[in-house]
Design a binder for this molecule. Structure first.
Ligand SMILES: Cc1ncc(COP(=O)(O)O)c(C=O)c1O
Length: 464
């Protein structure tokens, strides 16, 4: 093993691999480990070849190969740069300290994340600039815990138009994503004397956890191919329910019309509170979006949405539309939690909506995700009849069922060996015997989607 400083680049190469393969391998390792950060400009092939004492063509070939693999980006005139890969692998490493092996994953196929390389940077910048050059002083002080009226009004109009939500701007509370929405509602429910929440099983594990922390008991409601089994709700004794009616997470099925009706009926009869998580309602491919349940029972349903799928989770932008009787307790919880969320971001979102940029971005992303979904479906076709993958009609992920939790562990490890990280179904229903892969297809940036898909298809065929 030898090491050499090249310009500002320190590379360790394994001489056993030969010049070309050794250079390729050491550059890959440097990108993966984060030693070379995204955007870093590499020395020209002439300079690097000179420093290493190899032929210029050798370096040029290596650069070409790594561009094709998605590690580097080669742009005429601006040289060769490190692609966004390293950023993601670092993010994966930081986020999955509890998930061993994840650090080496090159392809991120976990659910719940949009394609961040397609974030509408120019439109967001325009929106922020508009906010900042307007009369910005009021936006810089403390404000209404619900967020600025302008933003609540823009959002209420959008939700009514696109999701059929009955949204009075006075009843909209802007907050830091769905996670905070749940925490606020859980505490408000507790203050109201509510005792038991029913949650979908499988479902997002943080939801029962947050209700428990607020002092409620949480009971699991099984999910089948019509969504959560609402017929079992009365027997659980729950006075509150949290669910994902438009697109059950993670199985991908919508709540059937009969169960929607039964849910509304239960809410009226039991004076129940329904938390409707509408996390990806905009991304429906085969039919018109399924409208929000909130429109059917606005006095009982707390509608929750988020910009985490439409824009980016890092913005921490979410919203609640609450029944009038819950407004005061929820606003009080928000005030105590953090006074209010970032006003500038709220106003930027309002501008994005009213300028039409938000709709345009969503339409563009829907088309892009639909293409990815079709390609994933085609790649899975040879194994799909056996595996019975589902959830293709909407959202940003599909479910590939597996025989048992033991098979799930095996398949996840097999994928990791192919540098792919995805989530197992069992993490969403601990103790359940259901097993599978919850495969997100939105996360890889554009330039890595095809390589990620090819790696996934190879790994599945290989392992089947
Ligand atoms: C089921 C579900 N609901 C909501 C969200 C959005 O959460 P947040 O707004 O806190 O980012 C996610 C994202 O992971 C999700 O998977």
């Amino acid at each position: 093993m030898w090491a050499k400083m090249v310009s500002d680049l320190h590379l360790s190469r394994d001489p056993a691999l030969g010049l070309r393969a050794g250079l390729e391998q050491s550059l890959r390792a440097a990108v993966r480990s984060g030693q070379l950060r995204p955007g870093t400009r590499l020395p020209s092939s002439r300079v690097l070849a000179g420093d290493l004492g190899v032929a210029r063509n050798t370096v040029a070939d290596v650069y070409t190969q790594l561009v094709a693999e998605g590690y580097l980006i080669g742009a005429r005139g601006s040289g060769t740069r490190v692609a966004a890969y390293a950023d993601r692998s670092n993010a994966v490493r930081a986020e999955t300290t509890t998930s061993p092996g994840a650090a080496t994953a090159r392809f991120d196929l976990r659910p719940g994340r949009p394609d961040l390389s397609s974030f509408p940077q120019a439109a967001w910048l325009r929106a922020l600039r508009t906010v900042l050059v307007a009369d910005v002083a009021p936006a810089l002080g403390y404000g209404d815990p619900r967020g600025p009226l302008l933003a609540r009004t823009a959002l209420a109009g959008y939700l009514a138009r696109v999701r059929g939500v009955l949204a009075d701007p006075q009843l909209v509370v802007l907050c830091a994503g769905y996670r905070q929405a749940v925490a606020l509602l859980a505490r408000a429910c507790s203050a109201e004397g509510r005792r038991t929440v029913a949650v979908e099983s499988p479902g997002l594990p943080e939801v029962p956890e947050m209700f428990r922390r607020a002092g409620l008991a949480a009971v699991g409601l099984p999910v089948d191919d019509e969504g959560a089994q609402i017929g079992r709700l009365a027997a659980t004794g729950a006075d509150t329910i949290a669910l994902t009616p438009a697109h059950q997470f993670p199985t991908g099925v919508p709540l059937s019309p009969a169960r929607r009706a039964a849910l509304v009926d239960w809410a009226h009869r039991a004076d129940g509170i329904v938390l409707e998580d509408d996390y990806d309602g905009e991304f429906r491919y085969d039919r018109q979006p399924i409208g929000a349940v909130q429109g059917l029972a606005p006095g009982h349903v707390v509608y929750a949405g988020s910009a985490s799928k439409t824009l980016a989770p890092g913005l921490r932008l979410g919203w609640l539309v609450v029944p009038p009787r819950l407004l005061e307790p929820i606003v009080e919880e928000k005030r105590l939690a953090d006074r209010h969320s970032s006003t500038l971001d709220h106003l930027a979102l309002a501008h994005l909506i009213s300028s039409g940029d938000y709709d345009r971005h969503i339409r563009r992303m829907r088309a892009s995700y639909r293409r990815r979904r079709d390609e994933l479906g085609a790649a899975l076709t040879p194994v799909r009849p056996r595996l019975g993958a589902s959830g293709f009609r909407a959202g940003l992920h599909v479910l590939v069922p597996l025989a048992s939790p033991a098979t799930e562990t095996e398949v996840l490890s097999h994928l990791e060996r192919h540098e792919i990280i995805t989530n197992g179904l069992s993490r969403y229903a601990p103790g359940d015997q259901r097993a599978g892969l919850v495969v997100g297809y939105a996360t890889p940036p554009q330039h890595l989607w095809r390589p990620a898909l090819a790696a996934f298809a190879n790994a599945l065929h290989d392992g089947s």
